[in-house]
Ligand binder design. Structure first.
Ligand SMILES: Cc1ncc(COP(=O)(O)O)c(C=O)c1O
Length: 546
């Protein structure tokens, strides 16, 4: 069961919208009592305006009503344009004015018709920047304030006060719209209590945030939870970071029954700490668990545990541009037993590592070695799971590629060595002509969360993105005929990594003059902007946790 949990700001805004609805209905009644009033000053019009507010209010009071944001944007735009229209009518006092509104995705147009003039008022809700809407909202409020001044001359001061109050409410709502549209339905907190043992000897934090590198430093605490067959997951605790004591026969050391995840907490310039799509990581963790016969975790609880841990070690989150706190959840079989069978005991642990900016001097394209002998995974195997063994299998080819001056390997399919799969520990995209192509997920490729986000962003921007089998020969032919525009890898660690060249046998194919392409740059800027809270998050992907 979920329940609605409003933040303080959302409660305040709910109250304000409620007030506006009462105020507008009051207007409707007022105009009812004035029979001469027709058209835009009619009761029907005011009821319509209050209905728009009511719908906005319902959006976050009805837990299961989750309309697409573009239609919420339309409602907001309708509200803007209707209010602007009303204000114009107040100013010109054309009592026979009528208004017709047209609702479009993220946009509304209101056409005003009076005996001696007509006017088209439009409002658009810019989902990405949310700026234009605010601009129009501010204009509407300015006109409203001006008309308050006119009403002030002919109505009692209580009315004027009410009007000013409504104006201020509307202004607040327009400017805090992103707060309203954030998901507010939260799970009932029936989570197990997490025990806390404070680290009494905290470590010295790395002084130079430019030299953090990746995965070298670990924070003062870690999260641990145990599983025993018959008892389930239990004893969640945040404890001082430290070694596990393992029996030499611990199953995961012998049969590799282990899975992990990789995600990050970002410290934004606004001082807030955000997670990026954590529910995706936990869903993938459970898919990996399923493949490796590891018991499922309660995803919401695991996210809660991660949040509590990050909050505990909040002071470890690096603040310099591009740095972040890497989060590593993992599960491994603990039974002291030799013999191939799924374990009966497990540990779920989460550790944190402050990491440096991947590209301190700007995004750099890399040289990729096309691996024709070794493969990473095969369909039917464990490629789609984030299982430790998958990574062990890649090290040899990785080492050989590095000896040839290529930092990463491009993996081909395990059967025909014909189709492109991934690049290093990243998903890969190619832009050929006007098509953006990424290999389809068919069981051997990790379903990357950055991959999924990039696909959604590109489609939203109007690009044609196809998830399909992509033969290496198609890429080579495109490079020859000049239609291969750019290529890039995607992953949590790097976000977007442009492919500068492909080394294939004796051939080297240079892509986009070894420079970052237009699409790669846009994705990198946009995605990092969202993750660090520097630009609006129209997708609702980030979760502020502290
Ligand atoms: C093999 C592999 N492919 C792709 C990815 C990218 O996944 P994500 O975008 O979720 O980080 C990773 C990331 O860790 C990976 O290990």
């Amino acid at each position: 069961m979920g329940k609605i949990k409003l933040t303080g700001r959302q409660k305040f805004l709910t109250g304000l919208i409620g007030l506006l609805i009462i105020y507008e209905l009051e207007f409707a009644v007022h105009t009812l009592r004035t029979p001469a009033v027709t058209g835009i000053r009619s009761p029907v019009f005011y009821v319509l305006v209050s209905l728009v507010h009511l719908l906005i209010l319902l959006k976050f009071l009805l837990p299961n009503w989750n309309p697409h944001r573009k239609w919420l944007g339309s409602l907001l735009a309708l509200n803007f344009s209707l209010m602007l229209a009303t204000q114009v009518v107040w100013l010109v006092d054309a009592s026979t004015t009528t208004a017709i509104s047209l609702l479009l995705p993220n946009m509304a147009l209101t056409y005003l018709r009076a005996p001696d003039f007509w006017l088209l008022v439009g409002a658009t809700f810019n989902k990405r920047t949310e700026k234009l809407a605010v601009g129009i909202g501010a204009t509407s409020v300015a006109v409203e304030l001006f008309s308050s001044y006119i009403i002030g001359g002919e109505t009692p001061s209580v009315m004027l006060l009410l009007h000013l109050l409504a104006t201020a409410s509307r202004l607040t709502i327009y400017f805090t719209w992103p707060v309203l549209t954030r998901p507010i339905l939260q799970k009932e907190n029936t989570f197990m209590q997490i025990k806390f043992e404070k680290n009494q000897s905290p470590k010295q934090k790395p002084a130079d945030q430019n030299a953090l590198g990746f995965g070298q430093y670990f924070t003062d605490h870690m999260f641990i939870m145990d599983y025993i067959e018959g008892q389930g997951w239990h004893s969640p605790r945040i404890v001082p970071y430290g070694p596990f004591e393992l029996d030499p026969a611990t199953m995961c050391l012998h049969y590799g029954q282990e899975i992990f995840e990789g995600m990050k907490a970002y410290y934004g310039p606004d001082g807030k700490v955000r997670l990026f799509r954590p529910e995706e990581n936990l869903a993938r963790l459970n898919q990996s668990n399923d493949r490796m016969c590891i018991p499922q975790l309660d995803e919401a609880f695991a996210i809660h545990a991660i949040e509590e841990l990050v909050k505990t070690d909040r002071d470890w989150i690096p603040t310099q541009d591009g740095t972040s706190l890497y989060i590593r959840p993992y599960v491994f079989a603990l039974d002291p037993f030799l013999g191939v069978r799924p374990g009966n005991q497990y540990i779920f642990a989460v550790i944190l590592s402050p990491v440096g900016a991947y590209y301190p001097e700007g995004v750099n394209p890399i040289k990729i070695f096309v691996e024709q002998e070794y493969v990473r995974a095969v369909r039917g195997g464990t490629g789609f799971a984030k299982a430790g063994g998958n990574y062990a299998a890649t090290m040899k080819a990785q080492r050989l590629a590095q000896a040839k001056g290529c930092p990463q390997v491009m993996w081909l399919d395990g059967i025909e060595r014909k189709y492109i799969e991934e690049v290093g520990a990243m998903n890969v995209f190619f832009v050929i002509g006007d098509e953006v192509i990424t290999p389809a997920l068919q069981g051997s490729i990790l379903p990357g969360i950055t991959r999924k986000s990039c696909i959604e962003m590109l489609r939203q921007k109007g690009y044609t993105v196809n998830e399909r089998p992509l033969a290496l020969t198609e890429v080579l032919a495109a490079a020859k005929n000049g239609t291969l525009k750019e290529a890039f890898g995607t992953g949590t660690a790097v976000v977007v990594s442009p492919v500068g060249s492909l080394v294939y046998g004796d051939e080297t194919i240079t892509i986009n003059n070894f420079e970052i392409g237009e699409i790669s740059q846009w994705l990198y800027d946009e995605l990092t902007g969202i993750q660090w809270g520097k630009v609006a998050d129209p997708y609702g992907w980030t979760k502020v946790i502290a």
